[in-house]
Ligand binder design. Structure first.
Ligand code: FEO
Ligand code: CA
Ligand code: CA
Length: 697
């Protein structure tokens, strides 16, 4: 996502950075340096078995949660599949959208608060600004242990697992790691990433990252299974979850960011950070526990995946696969069955009864929310917003509608689950001050999407849709469910109103220049019949959905299209808006979507190794004009890793990504690593971290 357009927060005096970049810039592929383990043991999707266990609690091996009764698909199944032939010509609509004149583009950028002067057609075939003309990378084989960037570019690691965040934090030491140290150091498996300006110099900022999950297999020497974890190792893992706020500094725009432990540095964790519950569920019986009989304060956050940056400078984070941390029992509310609560958990129940539903059956209801953190105040209490519903939240991306209400798009990342939209009750200023918290996300209406196909002209690649309300005006509109039940058991409510089952909705984000909304459906190998906006059975490669609201973000109807149905372009089940295979590059398992300030779409992937035998990547995708659907690869990440949290500044020519779970392949362990990312030579384990790519000087 672009750096937020909010006004900078006041700058405080701090000493100069002391932390030098550890990693020398690299460019180009370095192949054959290490022989990785075979990529064996893949499960039902595109991931390694390690990823399935540690991130999702082996969710794909448990019975698939029930979902909405899908609309009739017979018509869809009968429709011809010859899409490439049908659409080989250029779509009239695409051509019409291509020529947004520079003046119009600039006006659009200003109107929506973009800080860029958009001087090219948004979503054009190639990136604009300092990224114009980059030489595409790859395709890069999945076993390459390197970050590969375009010729003429270089990269460095800004911060990695174990690096100091809080002032006074110790340096990482694999053999002497403690819970106390981890509570002050950068967490594991960073995912969402944002950088918020601090002061007006352009030289200081706060970097905020999510830490989705831990992989003890390659973190702790001697690990064999969850039962083998020591109490101290469990506490380290809990402390390595959550979020980090860390100050970063640079010499000026377009220069490398470097992390600096400071008074802004903060770790938010699964075990130590209290959160206020807000909204209709706060105080409900459904969230009361023996430790919190009032049901208003939750300790910790779990499996924080993607997120969003608010126009007022706070950060939203999605609690995604929370179900994997709890041990199921007979006391678990059966209405939680749809979330697929783990039979075994992660062993955390051995040290903390909160994770044993036999002891605390309501604790699980206190996770699966969108959380909001104010990074500018390290002493602020973060919040969990219950008005935004409870599901496996991938993330939430906010924007301000014309009337000042705030709208968040949200995906529920499970095959057959849904796309949601939250519309706030209250209004905010169009350009709120940064660092000033508000309560606008505590009350509002929750909608879920139903997609339909109208038939002509391109059948399964476009159609119409509507936003079905689940709550309106502080009341449930779902028959037989109270407001609290709708918000705690949101999946059941969505199914009851006929929401469309999707192919794992991941990140969803609104293009700040065109106003169109893009959703990554990452894959769904379990799909047995086509559906609206999900045209492919056994969808291994995923697709991107484009939504055009019939009005601003608060509209209740929309049209949709599929600019890209992913995979190897030679595969006839793929679709790149009619472009021939020779014009595009392979892409699979889209996960995060982001926009540069010119309206260029960037898509990061999670699953190219398992589906295409290619390294996961960050791609540019053209969304307008004659090259709509054109995919070009900007960078790839090391063996075992996925690409997360893209942050593309096309004006300065800075591209940042999180390298999540490097070296996570089946058979890897601390004693048998396949990746050494970030290649600093200091430790013998891969360390997930933040990469910044810049043009070489
Ligand atoms: Fe954590 Fe849905 O990716
Ligand atoms: Ca994700
Ligand atoms: Ca992911």
């Amino acid at each position: 996502m672009t750096t937020t357009s909010c006004s900078p927060a006041p700058e405080a005096r701090e000493p100069e950075p002391r932390v030098a970049p550890r990693t020398g810039p690299r460019t180009g592929p370095r192949r054959g340096l290490r022989q990785p383990l075979p990529m064996t043991g893949h499960t039902l999707g595109s991931r390694s078995a390690q990823t399935c266990h540690f991130r999702c609690g082996d969710a794909c091996l448990t019975p698939r949660p029930s979902s909405s009764t899908a609309p009739p698909f017979e018509e869809l199944a009968q429709q011809a599949v010859g899409r490439r032939a049908l659409l080989a010509g250029l779509g009239a609509a695409a051509v019409a959208g291509a020529a947004l004149a520079p003046r119009q583009a600039r006006a659009a950028g200003r109107a929506r608060g973009s800080r860029a002067a958009a001087v090219v057609a948004p979503g054009a075939a190639a990136p604009a600004g300092a990224l114009a003309g980059f030489a595409p990378v790859g395709p890069v084989p999945a076993d390459v242990d390197d970050v590969v960037v375009p010729d003429g570019w270089e990269w460095h690691c800004v911060i990695a697992w174990g690096d100091p965040v809080v002032a006074g934090a110790p340096a990482f030491d694999l053999d002497a790691q403690t819970p106390e140290a981890q509570l002050t150091q950068f967490g594991y498996n960073c995912d969402y990433l944002t950088v918020l300006p601090l002061g007006g110099s352009g030289k200081r900022a706060l970097l905020v990252a999510n830490h989705e999950y831990t992989n003890e297999n390659i973190m702790f020497p001697g690990y064999t299974d969850d039962a083998s974890l020591t109490a101290e190792q469990r506490m380290i893992s809990m402390a390595a979850h959550g979020m980090s706020v860390v100050e970063v500094r640079r010499d000026g725009p377009g220069r490398p960011w470097r992390s600096l432990p400071s008074r802004y540095g903060r770790r938010i964790t699964a075990s130590t950070t209290p959160f206020h519950l807000t909204g209709p569920v706060a105080g409900s019986e459904l969230v009361r526990t023996s430790a919190d009989p009032e049901g208003r304060t939750v300790v910790g956050t779990l499996n924080n995946c993607a997120g969003g940056t608010t126009p007022w400078g706070t950060v939203l984070s999605g609690e995604e696969n929370f179900q994997g941390y709890f041990r199921s029992s007979d006391r678990l509310d059966p209405r939680n069955g749809v979330y697929g609560i783990s039979d075994t958990g992660r062993g955390w129940d051995l040290g903390d009864e909160r994770f044993d539903t036999a002891k605390e059956p309501n604790e699980v209801n206190r996770f699966g929310w969108i959380v909001e953190v104010n990074p500018f105040d390290p002493f602020s209490t973060p919040r969990k917003h219950t008005a935004m519903g409870r599901f496996r939240h991938e993330g939430a991306t906010p924007s301000i509608a014309e009337d000042g209400r705030v709208v968040c798009y949200m995906g529920d990342d499970t095959g057959g689950q849904h796309l949601y939209k939250f519309v706030s009750r209250d209004r905010v200023a169009q350009r709120p001050r940064s660092g000033r918290e508000n309560d606008v996300l505590e009350h509002g209406d929750l909608y879920v999407a139903r997609f339909a196909v109208d038939g002509e002209p391109s059948s399964d690649h476009d159609g119409t849709g509507e936003w079905l309300p689940l709550t309106l005006g502080g009341r449930s509109v779902v028959p037989g469910m109270s407001l609290e039940e709708v918000l705690v058991f949101t999946r059941t409510a969505a199914a009851a109103v006929g929401a469309t089952p999707m192919d794992r909705p991941e990140d969803v984000e609104r293009n700040p220049v065109t106003g169109k909304v893009y959703m990554a459906c990452t894959n769904n190998s379990g799909r047995r019949e086509p559906g609206p906006a999900n045209p492919r059975v056994r969808n291994r490669y995923g697709h991107v959905v484009e939504i055009t609201e019939d009005g601003d973000q608060t509209a209740t109807t929309f049209t949709w299209a599929l600019p890209v149905v992913c995979g190897d372009p030679e595969d006839p089940s793929t679709y790149f808006s009619g472009l021939p295979a020779s014009e595009v590059m392979p892409i699979a398992c889209p996960d995060n979507v982001a926009f540069d300030a010119y309206g260029g779409l960037w898509v990061s992937t999670d699953g190219q190794p398992g589906s295409l035998d290619l390294a996961d990547a960050l791609h540019h995708v053209a969304t307008e004009g004659p090259f709509r659907g054109k995919v070009t690869t900007f960078l790839t990440v090391p063996v075992g890793a996925e690409t997360c949290g893209p942050l593309v500044d096309a004006e300065e020519g800075s591209v940042m990504v999180c390298v999540q779970h490097p070296g996570e392949v089946d058979g890897a362990s601390v004693e048998n690593q396949v990746s050494r990312f970030p290649y600093d030579g200091a430790v013998r384990v891969p360390r997930p971290g933040v990469v910044q790519a810049l043009p070489r000087r």
